[in-house]
Design a protein around this ligand. Structure first.
Ligand code: PMP
Ligand code: GLN
Length: 380
């Protein structure tokens, strides 16, 4: 078969979770919590199923949920949006990302993404005939070099994909990044796709600089988030995209034929929950900061080196004091010998730099899970 995606294999997240299960390893690889979403949210699904909310939702998302998101955007980012024309509920952030790319990128277009990059961006660009221009974020701090971005722009550049808080590095955008971005895109036709699924996981009193906060940037952006992360329900696959009406109209042309709509009882339950507990998302920063600190504190006496993540539920750890193996090799030993699974950093790069001795741990776990993992990792 003449594959359309010859470079693409099975996503690392499936591969690692499967390996972890085979070796009965503690799974700190694929990002998902080992605890449930709030009971009051889960109960609302049951309620709506019994009430008969079991047929197609409106293509754009159930009105109650779009209204609840409208209120959230005002509360969190002081952004006023039209719930009918500027918010679309999707089947996970993954679908929103794909639809935003598919409705914007034409054959021959270039899209700037940053290495290490979340794995769904480039295949979506390629399937639409575009080329990903991958610019490196350099360890140890993984910040964007804006001069390099400016140099990479060509008449073919259609879109810039930003991910903050950033998976896998845990880095966030700072005010100077926003300023540089504003200068870079002013007087251009560039579109921005902002992947902000970890918007409520930002630590140490920093603020999440959502593009929703900046009208000039929001006017050219698809801003994507996911309920999966905020409410510990990654398996529900409910996300959304906020974009100006003209961009939203284009996004919906793809969304309506990709999935048409997203599970009705899940949307109804989320709408009720956001309405009843509007400020719950604000507690997540501290919740995950405590998990990060708990995990890092446990590992501090060991031989991993790290800088605490600024955001996300991931922590990168440098293993160079433990082993000189390549990261994929090191992960194999980690799973089979220490029985802890993690993600090698190199898989997020097109051309991994030499001697990339980092692995990504997910700390969205019960303290007892983190303790059990740490006691194994400390023996390395
Ligand atoms: N973007 C990033 C950076 C992610 O880490 C994830 C999480 N898997 C997604 C998008 C996809 O989110 P969802 O599970 O809602 O599709
Ligand atoms: N975003 C999650 C991670 O980075 C995994 C998502 C997935 O499995 N597709 O681990």
């Amino acid at each position: 078969l003449n594959s359309k995606l010859p470079q693409v294999g099975t996503t690392i997240f499936s591969t690692m979770s499967q390996l972890a299960a085979e070796h009965q390893a503690i799974n700190l690889s694929q990002g998902f919590p080992d605890y449930d979403g709030p009971a009051s949210l889960l109960e609302r699904v049951d309620y709506h199923i019994r009430q008969g909310a079991n047929q197609y939702a409106p293509m754009t998302g159930v009105p109650q949920l779009r209204k609840a998101l409208q209120a959230k955007l005002l509360r969190c980012y002081d952004r006023k949006v039209d719930a009918d024309t500027e918010i679309t509920v999707t089947s996970g952030a993954t679908e929103a990302l794909f639809a935003a790319i598919a409705c914007s990128v034409r054959p021959g277009d270039e899209v700037i993404i940053f290495d290490p990059a979340y794995d769904s961006y480039e295949p979506a660009i390629n399937l639409n005939g575009g080329t990903a221009i991958r610019l490196p974020l350099l360890p140890p701090d993984f910040r964007i070099n804006w001069d390099q971005v400016a140099t990479a722009l060509t008449p073919k550049t259609r879109m810039l994909i930003l991910n903050s808080p950033h998976n896998p590095s845990g880095q966030i955008l700072y005010p100077e990044d926003i300023q540089a971005l504003q200068q870079l895109v002013a007087n251009t036709q560039l579109l921005i796709l902002a992947d902000e699924v970890y918007e409520h996981m930002v630590f140490d009193q920093q603020r999440h600089l959502s593009l929703n906060l900046y009208p000039d940037l929001a006017a050219r952006s698809f801003i994507v988030s996911s309920f999966g992360k905020t409410y510990h329900i990654t398996g529900w696959k409910v996300g959304y995209c906020v974009a100006p009406a003209t961009l939203t109209a284009e996004l919906r042309k793809v969304h309506q034929y990709l999935t048409f709509s997203t599970a009705t009882p899940l949307q109804r339950a989320l709408a009720d929950h956001l309405h009843a507990h509007p400020e719950e998302d604000q507690r997540l920063n501290l919740f995950y900061q405590q998990k990060r600190d708990f995990f890092n504190h446990l590992l501090a006496p060991g031989r991993f080196a790290f800088t605490p993540s600024a955001g996300t539920y991931f922590q990168l750890m440098d293993y160079s004091a433990i082993s000189q193996e390549e990261d994929t090799q090191f992960i194999q030993s980690l799973i089979t010998q220490a029985q802890v699974a993690a993600i090698p950093l190199s898989v997020f790069y097109q051309h991994p730099p030499e001697q990339l001795t980092w692995v990504r741990f997910c700390f969205a776990k019960h303290e007892k899970t983190l303790e059990a993992a740490a006691s194994k990792l400390l023996q390395l």
